[in-house]
Design a binder for this molecule. Structure first.
Ligand code: IVH
Length: 673
C-alpha cells in the first residue's frame, strides 16, 4: 500500500495487527526462548510500526512495543505505595530450623495438612507491576515494603515482561498486581564488568548490585542496554479471578506471558522440601543466575490467610538460605607461594572461617598490584569470598575495623624458597622465580605431573611429593621413576604394603598417552585441551619439539603467545633431558587412537542431571572415543542434551533452542550403535 494512500482507519488496523504480532514474537523470544522469526523479520515489523505511529502520533498507546525504550530520562523517581505491603521472608540456615518452621505451620493450622511450593530464591531485587484490564499501568521497586520507586519506564525495557497480558488461554483479570525478582544473568554481569573495566569505570560487586543499579537508572535507555531479566513468584491484589493455591498462581502467570522459574516444585511435605533444597544446591552453579537459597511457601491460600504474618514476614513462608559465601575474618599473615611456572602469588593466611560450607584458612591476594589497590595489610579484617570451585579470595578490607596495629606487606625481592632474585619484566603484574630448579617449582611441577588428568599416579599426594623433594630424593620429574620401595619406606606413614602400592602405581602410570604427557610436562598455556589439539597435528614429541613458532601458529587454536611458550619449552636442554630420561625409564606415550572417524563424529553432547550408569567423566570418555565432543553448556549448535535424573536449567535452554533431548537409555543406544 502506498503511504499517501493510507487512511487513519487503515493505519489503526495495521498498527493493532503489528502490535499483536510483535507482542507474540517478544513472548516467543524472551519468555519461551523459542523464536519463530529471524531478527531481521522482527526488525521489519518494528520499523513499520514506528513509521505508522510517527505518522499518526495520536494512535500511540502506552502498551505499544515502541514504548519500551521511548521514554526520556527523568530527574527523579516518583513513589508508589503498595496496596498490599511487600513483606520479607524469615530465614533458616539449618535443617532443624526448617522442621521447626513446619511444626509452627502445622500448629497454626490446628491439624490442617499443608503442602508446600518450593522455589529458588533469586538474588536480585523485588518489583511489583500493576495491570488493569490486562494493560501495564505502573511498575515499582519494593522500597521499604510499603512505598517503592516508580520504575515503570525502566521495567518496560525488560523484554520478557508483557506490556499487555496474553489472553489466548485465560482472559486477563480486571486487576492484578504481579510480583517478581529482577536479576542480571551471570553471563551478562561478566560482560558488563568487562566492558566497565575496559572503560575504567568502577565494577559492580555482584549481579544483584548490577541489577539494582541498572533498574534504578534515571535514563531508561541505560536500563535497556543492561538486558535485565525477571522471574515472577507471586501476586498482590487480584480482582476478577479467584485462585485457591499458590501453585495455581504460578501455573497461571505464564499463560498471561510472565516468566516463572522453571525449577519450581510442589512438595507434599517438608521432607520433600529438604530434598528440593539438596537438589537445587547441586545444580546451583549450573544456573545462569545467582540464587542465595530456596523459598518454601504453604500452597493453600486459605491456610496462608489463616497463618498471617509476624514482624513483616509471613508465617507461611520460609527462606532456606545457602551458607554465606562471603564472610569476614582477620589476616594473620601474608605469605608468598611459588607456583609451577615460578609465578609468585601472595596468599593471606586467615583466622579459619567457614565460607559456603567449607573451612577456609587461606585466600589468594593475586599479586602485588592487587594488594596495593585494595590496601591489604597484615592484621586487617577482610571480606573473603568463595565462588564455586575457585580459590577463595580477599574481596576488600573492612577499614572501619582497623586498630592502627596493621602492618603493610613488603613484597620480597628474592624467592622465599630458593633465594633467587625475582624477575618481573616491566608491564607484567606477575613476579616470578626464574630458577627452574627451585624446590617449590619442582614440587608443584611434580604434583601436576602426577595429577589425575596427567600421568595419574594414584596415591602420590601433595604431602608425599613434598617429603620426597625436601629429602632430596626427587630432583626432577623423571626421578620419580627411579624410586624404589625402600625409598618410600623411609618416609613417614609408609609400610610394606603402601610402599608396594606406590611402586605399582608408578609402574601403571608409565603406560600413558602423548596428550597426557604433554599436559603433564606443564608447558605454559598448554592445558588438557591444547595438549589434545597438538597430538592431532604432531604424531610424536620429536616432531613437535622441532616445530617452529610459525608452524605452530598454523594451528587455528594456537596464537603467538602459546606457540612461543611451546618453542621455549622444547629449546631448553633440561626439558629435553627430562623427556629422554622418562623414555629410558620406561614411560610410553603413544598417540592415542582418536576415533575421529567414529560414529559420533561432528556431534556435540551436553549432559545434565545424574545418570544411573555413568559419571560425567565416563560419559565424556565414551562420546570422545566415538569421535564426538562434549560441551559444558547448551548452544544452538548442540546436537543432543542427555538428561539424567534431576536435570538442571540446561534442559530449558535446550528446549528453547529446539535441541534434541534424550534420556540415558537413548544415549546408551546411541553409543552402542
Ligand atoms: S516471596 C512474602 N519468592 O526475597 C513473600 N521472594 O526476603 C515475599 N525473593 O523481597 C517474597 N526469590 O526480593 C519470594 N521465589 C521467591 C523469591 C523471593 C527472591 C526475594 C524478594 C523478597 C526477598 C524476601
Amino acid at each position: 500500500m502506498k503511504e499517501r494512500d493510507i487512511t487513519k482507519q487503515e493505519a489503526k488496523k495495521e498498527i493493532e495487527k503489528l502490535r499483536k504480532e510483535i507482542h507474540y514474537h517478544d513472548y516467543r523470544y524472551y519468555v519461551l526462548n523459542e523464536p519463530v522469526i529471524s531478527d531481521a523479520e522482527y526488525d521489519k515489523l518494528m520499523r513499520r510500526l514506528q513509521e505508522l505511529e510517527e505518522k499518526f502520533p495520536d494512535l500511540v498507546t502506552p502498551d505499544s512495543p515502541t514504548q519500551r525504550v521511548g521514554a526520556p530520562p527523568r530527574e527523579e523517581f516518583g513513589t508508589v505505595r503498595h496496596a498490599i505491603p511487600m513483606l520479607s521472608l524469615s530465614n533458616a540456615f539449618e535443617e532443624n530450623e526448617v522442621y521447626e518452621f513446619d511444626r509452627r505451620v502445622k500448629k497454626g493450622l490446628n491439624g490442617g495438612k499443608p503442602e508446600y511450593v518450593a522455589e529458588p530464591k533469586i538474588d536480585g531485587l523485588a518489583i511489583e507491576i500493576v495491570y488493569e484490564k490486562g494493560v501495564m499501568i505502573v511498575g515499582s521497586t519494593r522500597g521499604d515494603g510499603e512505598v517503592g520507586e516508580d520504575v515503570t519506564e525502566n521495567i518496560k525495557t525488560i523484554r520478557s515482561i508483557p506490556l499487555r497480558l496474553r489472553e489466548e488461554e485465560i482472559k486477563a483479570p480486571d486487576l492484578i498486581e504481579v510480583r517478581g525478582e529482577v536479576y542480571m544473568s551471570k553471563e551478562e554481569f561478566r560482560k558488563l564488568n568487562q566492558e566497565r573495566e575496559r572503560k575504567g569505570e568502577p565494577l559492580f560487586a555482584n549481579p544483584r548490585n548490577a541489577a539494582a543499579g541498572s533498574l534504578r537508572q534515571l535514563d531508561p535507555k541505560v536500563t535497556a542496554s543492561r538486558h535485565l531479566k525477571v522471574f515472577f513468584y507471586g501476586v498482590g491484589r487480584v480482582e476478577g479471578i479467584k485462585f485457591n493455591t499458590h501453585w495455581e498462581i504460578l501455573r497461571t502467570l505464564p499463560k498471561w506471558g510472565f516468566m516463572v522459574n522453571p525449577n519450581i516444585q510442589l512438595c507434599p511435605d517438608i521432607e520433600d522440601c529438604i530434598r528440593y533444597f539438596n537438589r537445587i544446591s547441586e545444580i546451583r552453579e549450573e544456573l545462569d543466575y545467582e540464587i542465595d537459597g530456596v523459598v518454601f511457601k504453604v500452597n493453600q491460600l486459605e491456610y496462608q490467610r489463616r497463618l498471617g504474618e509476624i514482624s513483616r514476614s509471613p508465617r507461611w513462608a520460609l527462606a532456606y538460605k545457602f551458607p554465606p559465601v562471603q564472610v569476614t575474618t582477620r589476616i594473620v599473615d601474608i605469605k608468598v607461594q611459588v607456583g609451577r611456572t615460578g609465578a609468585l602469588t601472595p596468599v593471606a593466611i586467615l583466622d579459619p572461617v567457614e565460607v559456603g560450607g567449607v573451612k577456609v584458612s587461606r585466600a589468594t591476594l593475586h599479586n602485588q598490584d592487587e594488594i596495593e589497590r585494595k590496601d591489604v595489610r597484615i592484621g586487617d579484617t577482610v571480606l573473603v569470598q568463595r565462588a564455586g570451585d575457585v580459590i577463595p579470595e580477599v574481596v576488600k578490607v573492612i577499614k572501619e575495623r582497623r586498630t592502627g596495629n596493621e602492618v603493610k606487606f613488603k613484597f620480597p625481592s628474592r624467592c622465599p624458597v630458593c633465594g633467587t632474585k625475582i624477575s618481573q619484566p616491566p608491564g607484567e603484574v606477575v613476579a616470578r622465580c626464574p630458577n627452574i630448579s627451585c624446590p617449590a617449582r619442582l614440587k608443584e611441577s611434580i604434583k601436576h605431573f602426577a595429577s589425575k588428568q596427567a600421568l595419574d599416579i594414584e596415591g602420590l599426594g601433595d604431602k608425599i611429593v613434598e617429603a620426597l623433594v625436601d629429602r632430596g630424593m626427587v630432583k626432577s620429574i623423571s626421578d620419580l621413576y627411579r624410586l624404589k620401595k625402600e625409598d618410600f619406606l623411609k618416609l613417614e606413614g609408609f609400610a610394606e604394603k603402601s610402599a608396594q602400592n606406590m611402586i605399582d602405581a608408578l609402574e601403571r602410570s608409565k603406560k600413558t598417552s602423548l596428550d597426557r604427557l604433554l599436559y603433564g610436562l606443564g608447558i605454559r598455556h598448554v592445558g588438557q585441551h591444547l595438549a589434545r589439539v597438538l597430538t592431532e597435528h604432531y604424531p610424536d614429541i620429536e616432531s613437535l619439539s622441532k616445530a617452529s613458532v610459525d608452524e605452530l601458529m598454523q594451528i587455528p587454536e594456537i596464537g603467538p603467545e602459546v606457540a612461543t611458550s611451546i618453542k621455549d619449552f622444547f629449546s631448553r636442554e633440561e626439558n629435553l633431558k627430562v623427556i629422554s630420561e622418562l623414555e629410558k625409564l620406561g614411560v610410553r606415550y603413544p598417540r592415542e587412537k582418536r576415533q575421529v572417524e567414529g560414529k559420533l563424529k561432528g556431534l556435540t553432547f551436553v549432559f545434565t542431571g545424574e545418570m544411573d550408569n555413568f559419571t560425567r567423566e565416563e560419559a565424556k570418555r565414551l562420546v570422545e572415543e566415538k569421535g564426538g565432543r562434549v560441551a559444558s553448556s547448551v548452544s544452538r549448535k548442540t546436537s543432543f542434551v542427555v538428561a539424567g535424573k534431576n536435570p538442571g536449567s540446561k534442559l530449558d535452554k535446550a528446549r528453547g533452542y529446539g535441541v534434541k533431548i534424550i534420556g540415558e537409555k537413548e544415549f546408551i543406544k546411541l553409543i552402542q550403535q
